[in-house]
Design a protein. Structure first.
Length: 479
Protein backbone atom coordinates (compact mmCIF):
# COMPACT_ATOMS: atom_id res chain seq x y z
CA UNK A 1 0.00 0.00 0.00
CA UNK A 2 1.34 3.43 -0.87
CA UNK A 3 1.06 6.59 1.19
CA UNK A 4 -1.39 8.00 -1.36
CA UNK A 5 -3.63 4.98 -1.07
CA UNK A 6 -3.46 5.20 2.70
CA UNK A 7 -4.49 8.84 2.53
CA UNK A 8 -7.55 7.93 0.50
CA UNK A 9 -8.57 5.53 3.26
CA UNK A 10 -9.36 8.67 5.30
CA UNK A 11 -12.39 10.80 4.56
CA UNK A 12 -10.04 13.68 3.69
CA UNK A 13 -6.26 14.05 3.16
CA UNK A 14 -4.55 13.25 6.43
CA UNK A 15 -3.02 16.46 7.81
CA UNK A 16 -0.80 14.39 10.09
CA UNK A 17 1.04 12.76 7.17
CA UNK A 18 1.72 15.94 5.22
CA UNK A 19 3.45 19.35 5.56
CA UNK A 20 5.17 19.78 8.95
CA UNK A 21 4.08 16.27 9.92
CA UNK A 22 5.48 14.48 6.84
CA UNK A 23 7.53 11.50 8.02
CA UNK A 24 11.21 11.24 7.13
CA UNK A 25 12.68 8.00 5.84
CA UNK A 26 16.44 8.46 6.03
CA UNK A 27 18.33 7.87 9.24
CA UNK A 28 21.31 10.21 9.13
CA UNK A 29 24.23 11.43 11.21
CA UNK A 30 25.49 14.98 10.64
CA UNK A 31 28.43 16.47 12.55
CA UNK A 32 29.55 20.07 13.05
CA UNK A 33 26.12 21.55 12.50
CA UNK A 34 25.90 25.20 11.49
CA UNK A 35 25.13 27.40 14.50
CA UNK A 36 23.65 30.89 14.33
CA UNK A 37 24.48 32.65 17.60
CA UNK A 38 26.41 30.73 20.21
CA UNK A 39 25.78 27.52 22.10
CA UNK A 40 26.14 28.39 25.82
CA UNK A 41 29.43 27.10 27.16
CA UNK A 42 27.79 25.17 30.01
CA UNK A 43 25.56 23.08 27.71
CA UNK A 44 26.91 19.57 27.20
CA UNK A 45 24.78 16.49 26.63
CA UNK A 46 22.01 15.13 24.43
CA UNK A 47 18.70 16.74 23.52
CA UNK A 48 16.35 14.07 22.15
CA UNK A 49 12.76 14.18 20.96
CA UNK A 50 10.42 11.26 20.36
CA UNK A 51 8.00 11.45 17.41
CA UNK A 52 5.48 9.35 15.48
CA UNK A 53 6.99 8.59 12.08
CA UNK A 54 5.36 5.73 10.15
CA UNK A 55 8.04 3.74 8.33
CA UNK A 56 5.52 2.17 5.97
CA UNK A 57 2.30 3.50 4.49
CA UNK A 58 -0.37 2.90 7.15
CA UNK A 59 -2.88 0.09 6.85
CA UNK A 60 -6.26 1.79 6.92
CA UNK A 61 -6.97 5.08 8.63
CA UNK A 62 -4.02 6.77 10.31
CA UNK A 63 -4.12 8.60 13.62
CA UNK A 64 -1.15 10.77 14.69
CA UNK A 65 -0.77 8.56 17.76
CA UNK A 66 -0.07 5.49 15.56
CA UNK A 67 3.29 6.24 13.94
CA UNK A 68 6.50 4.29 14.61
CA UNK A 69 8.76 5.95 17.16
CA UNK A 70 11.57 8.00 15.69
CA UNK A 71 14.14 9.77 17.82
CA UNK A 72 15.69 13.04 16.72
CA UNK A 73 18.74 13.91 18.78
CA UNK A 74 21.30 16.70 18.95
CA UNK A 75 24.39 15.87 20.97
CA UNK A 76 26.36 18.90 22.13
CA UNK A 77 30.00 18.66 23.23
CA UNK A 78 32.66 21.37 23.31
CA UNK A 79 30.29 23.88 21.72
CA UNK A 80 29.77 21.64 18.65
CA UNK A 81 26.58 19.84 17.73
CA UNK A 82 25.86 16.48 16.04
CA UNK A 83 22.40 15.44 14.77
CA UNK A 84 21.11 11.89 14.49
CA UNK A 85 17.68 10.43 13.83
CA UNK A 86 16.89 6.77 14.44
CA UNK A 87 13.76 4.63 14.59
CA UNK A 88 12.92 2.99 17.90
CA UNK A 89 13.51 -0.59 16.79
CA UNK A 90 10.49 -2.29 18.31
CA UNK A 91 9.48 -5.90 17.66
CA UNK A 92 6.52 -4.68 15.58
CA UNK A 93 8.69 -2.46 13.42
CA UNK A 94 11.23 -5.25 12.88
CA UNK A 95 8.42 -7.60 11.86
CA UNK A 96 7.12 -5.03 9.36
CA UNK A 97 10.61 -4.32 8.06
CA UNK A 98 11.04 -8.03 7.37
CA UNK A 99 7.70 -8.06 5.55
CA UNK A 100 8.44 -4.81 3.70
CA UNK A 101 5.07 -3.26 4.54
CA UNK A 102 2.79 -2.38 7.46
CA UNK A 103 1.24 -5.35 9.27
CA UNK A 104 -0.50 -3.48 12.09
CA UNK A 105 -3.48 -1.17 12.00
CA UNK A 106 -3.89 1.86 14.25
CA UNK A 107 -6.40 3.03 16.81
CA UNK A 108 -8.98 4.15 14.24
CA UNK A 109 -9.38 0.61 12.90
CA UNK A 110 -11.03 -2.40 14.51
CA UNK A 111 -8.47 -3.83 16.96
CA UNK A 112 -7.01 -7.24 16.25
CA UNK A 113 -6.85 -8.96 19.62
CA UNK A 114 -4.94 -11.92 18.15
CA UNK A 115 -1.78 -9.80 18.02
CA UNK A 116 0.69 -10.75 20.77
CA UNK A 117 1.13 -7.98 23.35
CA UNK A 118 -2.22 -6.39 22.56
CA UNK A 119 -4.17 -5.26 19.56
CA UNK A 120 -1.94 -2.25 18.80
CA UNK A 121 1.74 -2.05 17.92
CA UNK A 122 3.98 -0.89 20.77
CA UNK A 123 5.74 1.84 18.82
CA UNK A 124 7.70 3.39 21.71
CA UNK A 125 6.83 6.67 20.04
CA UNK A 126 5.77 8.91 22.91
CA UNK A 127 8.02 9.80 25.80
CA UNK A 128 11.68 9.62 26.86
CA UNK A 129 13.01 9.21 30.37
CA UNK A 130 16.45 8.69 31.87
CA UNK A 131 16.56 6.73 35.12
CA UNK A 132 19.18 4.64 36.92
CA UNK A 133 21.59 4.66 33.99
CA UNK A 134 19.00 3.72 31.37
CA UNK A 135 17.53 5.94 28.68
CA UNK A 136 14.03 4.69 27.89
CA UNK A 137 11.57 5.29 25.05
CA UNK A 138 8.01 4.87 26.30
CA UNK A 139 4.63 4.34 24.68
CA UNK A 140 1.36 6.11 25.52
CA UNK A 141 -0.70 2.88 25.41
CA UNK A 142 1.69 1.04 27.79
CA UNK A 143 3.88 -2.00 27.30
CA UNK A 144 7.57 -2.72 27.59
CA UNK A 145 9.86 0.30 27.46
CA UNK A 146 12.74 0.30 24.96
CA UNK A 147 16.26 1.07 26.09
CA UNK A 148 18.17 3.41 23.81
CA UNK A 149 21.89 4.16 23.90
CA UNK A 150 23.16 7.73 24.05
CA UNK A 151 24.36 9.54 22.14
CA UNK A 152 24.04 7.29 19.06
CA UNK A 153 20.29 6.53 19.61
CA UNK A 154 20.63 2.80 18.88
CA UNK A 155 17.78 0.73 20.34
CA UNK A 156 19.26 -1.89 22.68
CA UNK A 157 15.99 -3.80 23.10
CA UNK A 158 12.76 -4.03 25.02
CA UNK A 159 13.10 -3.30 28.73
CA UNK A 160 10.76 -4.51 31.48
CA UNK A 161 12.89 -4.13 34.61
CA UNK A 162 14.24 -7.66 34.27
CA UNK A 163 10.75 -9.13 34.03
CA UNK A 164 9.61 -7.42 37.23
CA UNK A 165 6.91 -5.29 35.58
CA UNK A 166 3.45 -6.59 36.52
CA UNK A 167 2.26 -5.78 33.02
CA UNK A 168 3.70 -2.67 31.34
CA UNK A 169 4.73 0.92 31.80
CA UNK A 170 3.06 4.00 30.36
CA UNK A 171 4.59 7.18 29.09
CA UNK A 172 5.24 9.83 31.76
CA UNK A 173 6.82 8.10 34.73
CA UNK A 174 8.35 10.62 37.14
CA UNK A 175 11.72 10.65 38.87
CA UNK A 176 11.60 12.16 42.35
CA UNK A 177 14.63 14.48 42.40
CA UNK A 178 15.01 14.06 46.17
CA UNK A 179 14.98 10.26 46.42
CA UNK A 180 15.83 9.18 42.86
CA UNK A 181 12.78 6.89 42.85
CA UNK A 182 10.91 6.26 39.60
CA UNK A 183 7.12 6.46 39.98
CA UNK A 184 5.18 4.85 37.15
CA UNK A 185 1.79 3.52 36.07
CA UNK A 186 0.21 1.24 33.53
CA UNK A 187 -3.36 1.11 32.22
CA UNK A 188 -5.23 -1.35 30.03
CA UNK A 189 -8.57 -2.29 28.50
CA UNK A 190 -8.75 -5.40 30.69
CA UNK A 191 -8.82 -5.63 34.51
CA UNK A 192 -6.95 -4.62 36.50
CA UNK A 193 -7.48 -1.41 34.60
CA UNK A 194 -4.51 0.28 36.25
CA UNK A 195 -1.26 -0.61 38.01
CA UNK A 196 0.81 1.80 40.03
CA UNK A 197 4.44 1.22 40.88
CA UNK A 198 7.73 2.54 42.23
CA UNK A 199 11.32 1.62 41.35
CA UNK A 200 14.13 2.65 43.64
CA UNK A 201 17.05 4.87 42.67
CA UNK A 202 18.94 1.78 41.43
CA UNK A 203 16.12 0.84 39.05
CA UNK A 204 14.75 -2.11 41.08
CA UNK A 205 10.96 -2.28 41.28
CA UNK A 206 10.10 -2.08 44.97
CA UNK A 207 6.35 -1.56 44.82
CA UNK A 208 3.48 -2.46 42.46
CA UNK A 209 -0.22 -2.49 43.17
CA UNK A 210 -3.42 -2.70 41.12
CA UNK A 211 -5.74 0.32 41.28
CA UNK A 212 -9.46 -0.35 41.25
CA UNK A 213 -11.16 1.68 38.52
CA UNK A 214 -14.79 1.73 37.34
CA UNK A 215 -13.67 0.62 33.89
CA UNK A 216 -10.91 1.06 31.34
CA UNK A 217 -9.67 4.63 31.37
CA UNK A 218 -7.32 6.68 29.23
CA UNK A 219 -4.95 8.19 31.75
CA UNK A 220 -1.95 9.80 30.13
CA UNK A 221 0.08 11.31 32.95
CA UNK A 222 0.51 11.37 36.71
CA UNK A 223 1.88 13.88 39.22
CA UNK A 224 3.94 13.40 42.37
CA UNK A 225 4.34 15.30 45.62
CA UNK A 226 6.81 14.61 48.41
CA UNK A 227 4.60 11.91 49.96
CA UNK A 228 1.88 11.14 47.39
CA UNK A 229 1.17 10.27 43.79
CA UNK A 230 -1.82 11.67 41.89
CA UNK A 231 -3.67 9.31 39.53
CA UNK A 232 -6.70 10.21 37.45
CA UNK A 233 -10.10 8.77 36.63
CA UNK A 234 -11.29 11.12 33.90
CA UNK A 235 -14.55 10.45 32.08
CA UNK A 236 -12.94 9.87 28.69
CA UNK A 237 -12.75 6.19 27.99
CA UNK A 238 -13.28 3.36 25.56
CA UNK A 239 -17.04 2.81 25.12
CA UNK A 240 -17.56 -0.34 27.26
CA UNK A 241 -20.41 -1.75 25.16
CA UNK A 242 -18.39 -1.50 21.95
CA UNK A 243 -15.36 -2.98 23.72
CA UNK A 244 -17.49 -6.04 24.50
CA UNK A 245 -18.15 -6.31 20.77
CA UNK A 246 -14.42 -6.15 20.08
CA UNK A 247 -14.53 -2.58 18.77
CA UNK A 248 -13.03 0.63 20.08
CA UNK A 249 -14.53 4.09 20.30
CA UNK A 250 -13.50 6.79 22.73
CA UNK A 251 -16.28 8.70 24.48
CA UNK A 252 -16.37 11.61 26.95
CA UNK A 253 -19.13 11.41 29.55
CA UNK A 254 -19.88 14.84 30.98
CA UNK A 255 -22.31 13.30 33.47
CA UNK A 256 -19.40 11.86 35.44
CA UNK A 257 -17.00 13.90 37.58
CA UNK A 258 -13.29 14.07 36.97
CA UNK A 259 -11.70 12.15 39.86
CA UNK A 260 -8.24 12.79 41.22
CA UNK A 261 -6.79 9.87 43.17
CA UNK A 262 -4.25 10.52 45.93
CA UNK A 263 -2.17 7.51 46.97
CA UNK A 264 0.80 7.45 49.37
CA UNK A 265 4.10 6.98 47.52
CA UNK A 266 4.26 3.26 48.35
CA UNK A 267 0.59 2.81 49.24
CA UNK A 268 -1.45 -0.22 48.21
CA UNK A 269 -4.40 0.23 45.88
CA UNK A 270 -6.92 0.19 48.75
CA UNK A 271 -5.29 3.27 50.33
CA UNK A 272 -6.08 5.57 47.42
CA UNK A 273 -8.50 8.44 48.17
CA UNK A 274 -10.55 9.84 45.31
CA UNK A 275 -11.51 13.52 45.12
CA UNK A 276 -14.19 14.75 42.73
CA UNK A 277 -13.73 17.74 40.44
CA UNK A 278 -15.65 19.06 37.44
CA UNK A 279 -15.43 16.67 34.44
CA UNK A 280 -12.25 17.17 32.47
CA UNK A 281 -9.55 15.51 30.44
CA UNK A 282 -5.87 16.26 30.80
CA UNK A 283 -2.99 14.90 28.80
CA UNK A 284 -0.19 16.49 30.81
CA UNK A 285 0.27 17.65 34.35
CA UNK A 286 2.81 20.36 35.14
CA UNK A 287 3.49 19.68 38.81
CA UNK A 288 1.93 19.03 42.19
CA UNK A 289 3.04 19.83 45.71
CA UNK A 290 1.86 19.74 49.30
CA UNK A 291 0.86 23.01 51.01
CA UNK A 292 -0.64 22.71 54.51
CA UNK A 293 -3.76 20.51 54.32
CA UNK A 294 -3.83 20.82 50.56
CA UNK A 295 -2.25 19.29 47.49
CA UNK A 296 -1.85 21.83 44.70
CA UNK A 297 -2.00 20.42 41.17
CA UNK A 298 -1.25 22.47 38.06
CA UNK A 299 -1.81 21.16 34.55
CA UNK A 300 -3.31 21.74 31.12
CA UNK A 301 -7.05 21.05 31.53
CA UNK A 302 -9.38 20.30 28.63
CA UNK A 303 -13.03 21.02 29.27
CA UNK A 304 -14.33 19.00 26.33
CA UNK A 305 -11.84 16.72 24.55
CA UNK A 306 -14.32 15.35 21.98
CA UNK A 307 -16.15 18.00 19.91
CA UNK A 308 -19.82 17.36 19.19
CA UNK A 309 -19.46 18.66 15.64
CA UNK A 310 -17.04 17.94 12.83
CA UNK A 311 -17.15 21.65 12.00
CA UNK A 312 -14.09 23.52 13.25
CA UNK A 313 -14.91 27.22 12.85
CA UNK A 314 -12.43 28.31 15.52
CA UNK A 315 -9.62 26.39 13.79
CA UNK A 316 -8.87 24.50 16.97
CA UNK A 317 -6.29 21.74 16.93
CA UNK A 318 -8.02 18.50 15.93
CA UNK A 319 -6.61 15.02 16.22
CA UNK A 320 -9.27 13.11 14.28
CA UNK A 321 -12.03 12.66 16.90
CA UNK A 322 -10.13 14.64 19.58
CA UNK A 323 -9.83 18.40 20.04
CA UNK A 324 -7.09 20.13 21.99
CA UNK A 325 -8.08 23.32 23.74
CA UNK A 326 -6.15 22.93 27.00
CA UNK A 327 -5.86 25.83 29.43
CA UNK A 328 -3.52 26.35 32.35
CA UNK A 329 -5.45 25.20 35.42
CA UNK A 330 -4.95 24.76 39.15
CA UNK A 331 -6.72 22.36 41.49
CA UNK A 332 -6.46 22.58 45.28
CA UNK A 333 -7.28 19.23 46.88
CA UNK A 334 -8.04 19.51 50.58
CA UNK A 335 -7.03 16.29 52.32
CA UNK A 336 -8.99 17.21 55.47
CA UNK A 337 -12.33 18.38 54.06
CA UNK A 338 -12.22 16.23 50.90
CA UNK A 339 -13.11 19.21 48.71
CA UNK A 340 -11.48 20.37 45.48
CA UNK A 341 -11.24 24.02 44.49
CA UNK A 342 -10.19 24.79 40.95
CA UNK A 343 -9.50 27.78 38.75
CA UNK A 344 -8.41 28.46 35.21
CA UNK A 345 -5.26 30.60 35.07
CA UNK A 346 -5.29 31.69 31.43
CA UNK A 347 -7.46 31.64 28.32
CA UNK A 348 -4.64 30.86 25.88
CA UNK A 349 -4.45 27.23 24.75
CA UNK A 350 -1.16 25.50 25.47
CA UNK A 351 0.11 21.95 25.92
CA UNK A 352 3.27 19.83 26.26
CA UNK A 353 4.30 21.84 29.35
CA UNK A 354 7.72 21.39 30.97
CA UNK A 355 9.25 22.70 34.18
CA UNK A 356 12.54 22.58 36.00
CA UNK A 357 12.46 18.86 36.86
CA UNK A 358 14.75 19.44 39.85
CA UNK A 359 11.66 20.79 41.62
CA UNK A 360 9.25 18.04 40.64
CA UNK A 361 6.91 17.38 43.55
CA UNK A 362 7.88 20.61 45.34
CA UNK A 363 6.48 24.15 45.28
CA UNK A 364 7.36 25.71 41.97
CA UNK A 365 6.55 28.83 39.97
CA UNK A 366 7.47 28.43 36.35
CA UNK A 367 6.14 26.35 33.50
CA UNK A 368 7.16 26.47 29.83
CA UNK A 369 4.17 25.78 27.58
CA UNK A 370 4.09 25.60 23.78
CA UNK A 371 1.24 27.82 22.56
CA UNK A 372 -1.32 26.08 20.36
CA UNK A 373 -1.83 27.80 16.99
CA UNK A 374 -5.26 28.39 15.50
CA UNK A 375 -4.74 25.73 12.87
CA UNK A 376 -6.68 22.59 12.00
CA UNK A 377 -3.76 20.41 13.15
CA UNK A 378 -1.94 20.54 16.47
CA UNK A 379 0.79 23.11 15.81
CA UNK A 380 2.64 25.36 18.23
CA UNK A 381 3.46 28.94 17.19
CA UNK A 382 5.29 30.12 20.29
CA UNK A 383 6.54 29.26 23.75
CA UNK A 384 4.88 30.74 26.85
CA UNK A 385 6.65 30.96 30.19
CA UNK A 386 4.06 31.01 32.95
CA UNK A 387 4.36 32.06 36.55
CA UNK A 388 1.83 29.48 37.68
CA UNK A 389 1.38 31.20 41.04
CA UNK A 390 0.07 34.42 39.46
CA UNK A 391 -0.83 33.56 35.86
CA UNK A 392 1.72 36.13 34.56
CA UNK A 393 3.36 35.11 31.29
CA UNK A 394 6.14 35.92 28.82
CA UNK A 395 6.19 34.61 25.24
CA UNK A 396 8.64 33.81 22.49
CA UNK A 397 6.79 34.05 19.17
CA UNK A 398 8.30 31.78 16.54
CA UNK A 399 7.12 33.93 13.62
CA UNK A 400 4.98 33.15 10.57
CA UNK A 401 4.84 29.50 9.48
CA UNK A 402 7.29 28.41 12.16
CA UNK A 403 6.12 25.61 14.37
CA UNK A 404 7.72 24.33 17.56
CA UNK A 405 6.96 21.67 20.11
CA UNK A 406 7.81 20.64 23.63
CA UNK A 407 10.69 22.69 25.04
CA UNK A 408 12.78 20.94 27.67
CA UNK A 409 14.23 23.02 30.51
CA UNK A 410 18.00 22.62 30.94
CA UNK A 411 19.36 24.11 34.19
CA UNK A 412 22.36 26.38 33.89
CA UNK A 413 25.49 24.85 35.47
CA UNK A 414 25.58 25.63 39.19
CA UNK A 415 22.26 27.49 39.09
CA UNK A 416 20.09 27.86 42.17
CA UNK A 417 17.32 30.09 40.77
CA UNK A 418 14.38 28.04 39.46
CA UNK A 419 14.39 29.61 36.01
CA UNK A 420 18.14 29.95 35.52
CA UNK A 421 18.63 27.80 32.47
CA UNK A 422 17.70 27.19 28.86
CA UNK A 423 14.64 26.05 26.93
CA UNK A 424 15.54 23.79 24.01
CA UNK A 425 13.12 23.00 21.25
CA UNK A 426 13.01 22.01 17.57
CA UNK A 427 11.41 24.71 15.36
CA UNK A 428 10.19 23.82 11.87
CA UNK A 429 10.17 26.44 9.10
CA UNK A 430 7.17 25.95 6.81
CA UNK A 431 8.62 28.28 4.17
CA UNK A 432 11.54 26.04 3.24
CA UNK A 433 10.73 22.73 4.98
CA UNK A 434 13.77 23.05 7.27
CA UNK A 435 14.26 22.63 11.00
CA UNK A 436 16.45 24.13 13.70
CA UNK A 437 17.14 23.44 17.34
CA UNK A 438 16.58 26.66 19.28
CA UNK A 439 18.26 27.36 22.61
CA UNK A 440 16.44 30.10 24.55
CA UNK A 441 17.34 31.87 27.78
CA UNK A 442 14.54 30.76 30.12
CA UNK A 443 14.79 34.11 31.96
CA UNK A 444 14.23 36.04 28.73
CA UNK A 445 12.06 34.16 26.24
CA UNK A 446 10.79 37.27 24.37
CA UNK A 447 14.32 38.13 23.16
CA UNK A 448 14.41 34.98 21.07
CA UNK A 449 17.05 32.29 20.77
CA UNK A 450 20.63 32.47 21.99
CA UNK A 451 21.48 29.88 19.36
CA UNK A 452 19.80 28.29 16.34
CA UNK A 453 21.37 24.99 15.31
CA UNK A 454 20.61 24.02 11.71
CA UNK A 455 19.34 20.46 11.19
CA UNK A 456 20.11 19.07 7.71
CA UNK A 457 16.62 17.56 7.25
CA UNK A 458 13.04 18.17 8.31
CA UNK A 459 12.26 17.24 11.90
CA UNK A 460 8.53 16.50 11.73
CA UNK A 461 6.33 17.80 14.55
CA UNK A 462 6.50 15.31 17.41
CA UNK A 463 5.95 14.63 21.06
CA UNK A 464 8.16 14.61 24.11
CA UNK A 465 11.69 15.82 24.64
CA UNK A 466 14.44 14.90 27.07
CA UNK A 467 17.74 16.46 28.01
CA UNK A 468 20.40 14.09 29.33
CA UNK A 469 23.51 15.88 30.54
CA UNK A 470 26.93 14.43 29.76
CA UNK A 471 27.38 13.54 33.45
CA UNK A 472 24.31 11.29 33.21
CA UNK A 473 25.27 9.90 29.80
CA UNK A 474 28.50 8.73 31.39
CA UNK A 475 26.53 6.65 33.93
CA UNK A 476 24.72 4.54 31.33
CA UNK A 477 24.28 0.85 32.09
CA UNK A 478 23.90 -1.46 29.09
CA UNK A 479 23.43 -4.78 30.87
FE1 LIG B 1 2.40 12.77 26.64
Amino acid sequence: MTTDRAATADAEPNGYLTGPFSPVHREITAENLVVEGEIPADVAGSFVRNSPNPKFAPQGRYHWFDGDGMLHGVHIAGGKATYRNRFVRTAGLMEETEAGHALHTGILERPDYRKPGGPFKNTGNTDLHFHAGKFLALWWLCGDAHQVRLPDLETLGAFNFGGALARGISAHPKTDPRTGELIFFDYAMQPPFMYYGVADACGEIVHQTPIEMPGPRLQHDIAITEHYTLLFDMPMYWDPELLRQGKTKVVFNRDLPGRIGVIPRRGNGDTIRWFEAAPFYMYHTINAYEEGDEIVLVGCRIDNPIPESRENPLRRARLTFLELHPLLHRWRINLVTGTVKEESLDDVASEFPRTNDRLLGAAQRYSYNPRIAREPQLLFDGLIKYDTTTGASWTCDYGPRRWGGEAVFVPRAGATEEDAGYCMNFVYNGDDDSSELWILDAQDLPSGPLAKIGIPQRVPIGYHTCWVGQDEIDTQIFA
